[in-house]
Design a protein around this ligand. Sequence first.
Ligand code: ZN
Length: 318
Amino acid sequence: MNRFLVFVCALLLAGCVKPSSLKQEKWFQSDGTVKVLTTTAMIADIVAEIGGDQVDAHALIKGELDPHTYELVKGDDERFVRADLIFYNGLGLEHGLSLRESLDKHSRATAVTQKLLETKPETILIVEGQYDPHVWMDIAMWVDTIDPVVDALCAFDPEHAALYRSRGEALRIKMCEADREIYEMLQAVPPEKRYLVTSHDAFNYFTRHYLAAPGESNWQVRCKAPEGLAPEAQMSISDVIEVVSHAQNWGVEVLFPESNVSQDALKKIVDAGKKRGMTLRLSSHMLYGDAMGESESYLDMVEHNARVIAREFMAKNG
Ligand SMILES: [Zn+2]
């Protein structure tokens, strides 16, 4: 027997030569599509809509994982090497060190919010000295991530530029229609009921755009959360008391858990509220804050949130 074959068989038996299951994934195959890596699923969805059959988009941070703290796992490095283009949120969302470093190093990585920051800086919220990265919560702002994606795809794959541009325009129209419907649904809720308490500070953009009364300057009182911009922060008893007092002041009856954040803080708020004789409860449906969860698309995610919030605001306690 050929000595080389014997050597290969021995390696296979020893488990040394294992076909990499990762490399067998369709995303790693050279099939003529542009291989795009995104951090969040919300960005992957926009890329897939614009890219169509010409693009294969893969989200690094899937399911209920937290984008604020995500660190690279086995196989992610290979994705960075293979990716033709990379899109990430920016505004400090992705602050896990290993992810941050890989994004900074890559020559074709685009922050989809960078153009927004440069052209409409007044729309970007700053919370306790930091940019609020949760721009996807306001569809009218997330529309502005279409152009950077279209531009990067056109530059990389000019042959299909016309397709990317026309899909980008179609997506813009679809998003603007969804934005209008959600705005009208939430503005139909009486203003005195439009006070949102969630697990972490992910709904500032949502509140400013959909829950505030037109032109309202003090809209910030309409949203509150026991945990800050990134949900990993330690929560203190004073954070709980602050939210209970806020709920009492503004007649809040329902608190909204988020799918990828522990409910402990909100349960403590319900208990503390009961001791004050308040009727607080948790929403029976969770919101999607930083993760799309089971949503089929980005727009499904925001529509789900809007429907749950509108329904719970209109429901009576007891
Ligand atoms: Zn968040």
